[in-house]
Ligand binder design. Sequence first.
Ligand code: NAD
Length: 501
Amino acid sequence: MQQGLSENPATVPDLLRDPTLFREAAFTGGRWLLPAGAEHIEVRNPSSGRLLGRIPVLGDSDVDNAISAAREAFSSWRSSMAESRAELLLAWYRLIIQHKEDLAKLITLEQGKPLAESIGEIEYGAGFVRWFAEEARRAYGETIPTHLPGRNLSTVYEPCGVAVLITPWNFPHAMLVRKAAAAIAAGCSVIALQSEETPFSALALAELADRAGFPAGLINVLTGHAKPIVARLCDEPTVRVVSFTGSTAVGRIILQQASETVKRVCMELGGHAPFIGFPDVDMDTLVDAAIAAKFQTSGQDCLAANRIYIHHHIYDEFVKEFTRRTEALKVGDGFDDSVEIGPLQHEGQVRKAIDHVQDAVAKGARLMTGGTRHGAGELFYTPTVLADVTPEMKIYTEETFGPVAALCSFTTEQEVLSAANQSEYGLAAYVYSRDVETCLRMSSNLEYGMVGVNSIKLTGPPIPFGGVKQSGMGREGARYGLREFSNLKYICMNNGSTSGS
Ligand code: NAD
């Protein structure tokens, strides 16, 4: 265990190499904002329950000031050279990498995930900043072979305007930079709102953006209660984009609010990934992959395998081996180097895990291991395996977002395909088979935005991340990420070579 972290009474700044990365204020118009007399929200370490710090609850006028600052910044940033956008993003990228240990500590302190996973999250997020720095230079429009005599036809991408970014607590760094880097590269200004449970990663990013030389108002990070703040931002006609990552339930509310002023929306919502294992795959490979697909961030991952379908020929052996491996997972504080499973974010997540397990067992699932709170602390839940899960059980259709694995057996390819597609979600799916034709058929027919074939790792800056059905709309990363913040303008120009209008 590293010294002086979660269990140490030292304050958060004492734990950081650069204490000024820890900010307990909002950042608007290029300044730290701590409104006099504002109510505060306490932020706690989910592992120990200790108070980490407080953030101010911004009021309507603070939100309005942030909108004005973002609008003002947009008025000049929109016409900045692609080169300047790239340079600014690269400066931000270098600072993020330079401070990655401190940034990772902030994630583990406020979110609880193991420090190695937090480092991975910083590197993953920073990769998007570099990617979009490069993409800023390549936001090409096109010329169109004309259908009108004497006209030159072309398209250009233009920035949409002020973009609001709303992000969840499970990846408090990466979800924000993935959006912010794309928006800024496209020429938009940004108002970000990170979950009130994990605000410090976002505020540290604002500090680094300031040091990188971001013009005042280009990035604003609000603090406070999401509901009134988002409602106000959605009411504002000059906010032109709302990019949201979070649950499908909240996504629906924000979609409605954004519809009043017909904003551009990008929705990265919940997932319920099927993991499908065919019998021609070696057992160790299958179990390793399923463990990785289920338990990262204690299962609090939109890509987490929520239904694990294993062919009936190998099902019993898989259940045994998967259970043995689950029992070996080390649970505890994220600063302990040997820990693989940290706490859940809040009591609601623990109760959901308990509810899903009780419901499944009552309906006939076999509890192979776990099924209880874990002694490491109030928000810890023991990694759990349920076998023989069936469609009537809540866990089969609802996103668990906890360390509970639901195993099901299947007989035919058609049967498992149809079961996997019977979900309102459509974010990611995983298929394991050695047969190339099976892989081709499955990847074509799975109704998901992303399919990992013999691969759990699938995300990163060059790929279009996103879902179908009620997992959302729009894509992050790749060249498509920039388009979420860009308007395509068509220009028809009379070149004077023919008469007439
Ligand atoms: P959530 O929907 O409760 O909250 C997400 C964000 O919305 C937070 O910033 C929160 O403060 C804000 N919010 C909450 N209620 C709001 C309201 N009524 N009006 C406006 N804003 C509101 O989600 P969560 O519990 O923080 O995160 C978990 C969810 O996020 C899961 O469903 C997970 O699958 C999803 N997620 C999706 C992706 C993806 O890329 N598709 C990535 C990570 C997480």
